[in-house]
Write a protein that binds this ligand. Sequence first.
Ligand SMILES: [Zn+2]
Length: 125
Amino acid sequence: MSMDSFFGSLFDMVESSKMEMDRCPKCHITFQDFQRSGLLGCSYCYEHFSKSLIPTIKRVQGGLVHTGKIPKYASQEVVSRRKVDELKLRLKELIQEENFEEAAKVRDEIQELKKIFEAGEEDAT
Ligand SMILES: [Zn+2]
């Protein structure tokens, strides 16, 4: 990732009002000046402004880790849980229709899917 796109994406998330009074002590450009021009006034700017940016960077990176890394079993589990919800509705319908033979099959299918959840939970710990 280039420095430009890195700060570009960061600016979208940072409230500029919060940075308004933040000035480089050496060349006195504000964070807003930097944001507007994309240029640093001196070599100290990056160091100075990065102090303000670090908590945001950490938050952004933390968020990416959580959304980007989904274990394989987890996505399978999501699909299975959805399937169970569907089967439970189907089971309810079948019981209302007094179709107990079919209901028993659906109930067994739900039990099978629940085993997948339990296996997934064991892997996670
Ligand atoms: Zn500066």
